[in-house]
Design a protein around this ligand. Structure first.
Ligand SMILES: NC(=O)c1ccc[n+]([C@@H]2O[C@H](COP(=O)([O-])OP(=O)(O)OC[C@H]3O[C@@H](n4cnc5c(N)ncnc54)[C@H](OP(=O)(O)O)[C@@H]3O)[C@@H](O)[C@H]2O)c1
Length: 279
């Protein structure tokens, strides 16, 4: 017997209703914006009618194209330095301010030599880019968001924040600290209308995993497999059997940036194809 709500006359025609994320006219600061997830976030924001202040050390053809469209300003900046994040934020304030901050920058160096092969300098590099770049960006950005009466901070964490892995031991620790920091901060600034959320991807189809000196290539060189075999094994570890696409991470970031989700804060959203098997 057909359920009453399944009858076409009651349920109405099946169609996708688009949701207005109300990002048109907003401005966002995006770190690590020239490639991969950051570039997809910039493109998604522009498609929604937002303006973007985009920081990375170098631009690329795709980001150049978005800059040429007029909605994006590229700021060449090294975000691993103590002063880089504040300089990026200052440029955004000078250009008229912002409503959204996307802390995307981060990098991973696999450590096939194990923990004892990771020097203090290696640890410092990981902490500078994967933890402190976000801490410094947010420290510089909070006065502007407070002045505006609120805003959204979205930070790209990783499944490794809760899936510690000796192959990426310093990266895992830095992401765990990043996630913990964001949760603490969400409690301090929530009353000022500033939302702080994290997105935790599993393997994503970007240069970080699949490019020159990426995870697949580095692990393959150390273990006698091909990069394709390493990537295929990583894909097979998730229940969907594939990597996440940068655009899919970007779509989640846009949702969290949107004031349609104004009561979502202090939350972490996994996007990993079911890689993490527990609740
Ligand atoms: N890909 C994955 O599988 C995956 C999974 C989980 C989490 N994540 C996280 O997602 C974020 C983005 O990763 P992705 O895969 O998109 O990386 P990606 O493809 O390697 O892109 C990294 C971006 O950051 C910029 N960048 C790197 N070092 C920088 C520096 N010192 N100063 C300023 N900009 C810098 C790069 O441009 P320049 O080199 O020109 O500076 C580029 O635009 C990272 O936080 C990463 O940890 C990625």
């Amino acid at each position: 017997m057909t359920h009453p709500l399944d009858q076409p006359s009651l349920a109405g025609p099946t169609k996708w209703n688009s949701m207005d994320l109300q990002l048109a006219g907003k401005t966002a600061v995006v770190t690590g914006a020239s490639k991969g997830i950051g570039l997809a976030v910039v493109r998604g924001l522009v498609d929604e009618g937002a303006r973007v202040i985009a920081g990375a050390r170098t631009s690329g053809p795709e980001l150049d194209g978005l800059v040429a469209g007029g909605a994006v300003e590229f700021v060449p900046i090294d975000l691993s330095t103590p002063d880089g994040p504040a300089a990026l934020v200052k440029r955004a304030v000078d250009a008229g301010g912002f409503d959204v901050v996307v802390n995307n920058v981060g990098a991973v160096a696999p450590r096939p030599g194990g923990f004892l092969s990771v020097s203090d300098d290696d640890w410092q590099r990981s902490l500078d880019l994967t933890l402190l770049a976000a801490v410094r960006t947010i420290r510089a950005a909070l006065p502007e968001l407070t002045r505006r009466g609120g805003g959204s901070i979205v930070t790209i964490s990783s499944v490794n924040a809760s899936l510690p892995d000796p192959l990426v031991i310093d990266y895992s620790a830095a992401k765990a600290a990043l996630a913990n920091f964001c949760k603490s901060l969400s409690k301090e600034v929530g009353g000022s209308g500033i939302r702080v959320n994290t997105v935790s991807p599993g393997p994503v189809e970007t240069a970080l995993w699949l490019g020159e000196n990426g995870v697949a290539q580095t692990v393959a060189q150390a273990g006698g497999a091909t990069p394709e075999e390493v990537a295929a094994a990583a894909a097979a570890a998730s229940v969907t059997g594939r990597f996440t696409r940068p655009q899919e991470v970007a779509d989640l970031v846009l949702v969290l940036a949107s004031e349609r989700f104004a009561n979502v804060t202090g939350a972490d959203f996994r996007i990993d194809g079911g890689l993490i098997q527990t609740l």
